[in-house]
Design a protein around this ligand. Structure first.
Ligand SMILES: [Fe+2]
Length: 287
């Protein structure tokens, strides 16, 4: 039997994980050993550095993860890994609305709202109507598509970051009509900083990385017979489009916000005072 030395250790560790019962687990664990060992051989951490890395991960879970916060998702986001996983899995045809990161602030179970209803009722901010067409790749309308929409408030905070909030806030589910059209009333999104009070913030402060995200609204769009789209719309004139800390921006997702001094909204209502309109069309690929 071969005992361990620096040269054979990687092969010995891989051989142990070759015994994994599931083929996929075998593939994942042997590759993890291979790449992690290569990383350690390359970086050559001291024992104190390795202990610090373990403590960093332990503290991330212990202090900054619960049922409302997952710092590991944020860590994956800022390392570009979340977007890499999205890119590798987004095999939809050209012309389809691209996927981008889900982000750490999604909450399932948002309330259903009627077309044009206000998901920002009582919340400060510039009134904004997001509307558009959900179609297939030929431009044929997709009726009864489900749009799960969520965003931050004008201080950059999501509902899950506000422990005093117990009711759904700035999130709702809408459906397209028989013509494939939808309309969401909300407030214009602003850019925001990722949470900087956790272990990810500690890392970012040791770099010149911008910790801001450009103004955006999140969407999950689903319709029977079509591939699911998990995406954002980004405000065209927003700062940080070229430095998004989670690498979420794509050309096709950048849309202009048109600001009006008042007048008729896309729902036909008379609006007193300024408001914005945004047309965000979504193209789905059939399964
Ligand atoms: Fe977001």
């Amino acid at each position: 039997m071969a005992f361990v030395n620096k040269d054979n250790l990687t092969q010995l560790a891989k051989a142990r994980w070759e015994t994994s019962h599931s083929p996929r687990m075998r593939e994942v664990m042997t590759k993890l050993v291979e790449h992690a060992h290569a990383f350690v051989r390359d970086v050559n951490p001291t024992e104190a550095e390795w202990l610090a890395a373990c403590e960093f991960l332990a503290r991330t879970g212990r202090e900054f993860c619960d049922d409302r916060r997952n710092e590991f998702i944020l860590l994956s986001d800022v390392l570009g890994i979340s977007t890499l996983v999205v890119q590798l899995n987004d095999k939809k045809a050209d012309g389809t609305t691209p996927n981008t990161v889900l982000g750490p602030f999604y909450q399932p179970g948002s309330p259903e709202m009627a077309d044009g209803q206000n998901m920002a009722e009582g919340i400060e901010g510039e009134t904004c109507y997001v509307h558009g067409n959900v179609t297939d790749l030929n431009g044929t309308p997709v009726p009864n598509a489900r749009l799960d929409v969520w965003q931050a408030d004008d201080e950059g905070m999501y509902e899950v970051q506000l422990p005093e909030i117990t009711d759904p806030r700035l999130r709702a589910v809408f459906h397209t009509g028989s013509d494939g059209k939808y309309c969401v009333q909300t407030i214009s999104p602003l850019g925001y900083t990722i949470p900087m009070d956790g272990t990810v913030g500690d890392l970012i402060r040791g770099t010149e990385i911008s910790h801001f995200r450009p103004a955006h609204i999140h969407f999950i769009v689903e319709a029977p017979g079509y591939k699911r789209v998990v995406t954002h719309l980004f405000r065209k004139d927003a700062p940080y489009l070229d430095s998004d800390v989670v690498f979420g921006v794509k050309d096709d997702l950048i849309v202009p916000f048109n600001v009006h001094d008042g007048g008729e909204s896309p729902t036909g209502d008379k609006v007193n005072g300024p408001f914005a309109t945004v047309q965000f069309d979504i193209r789905l690929e059939a399964v």
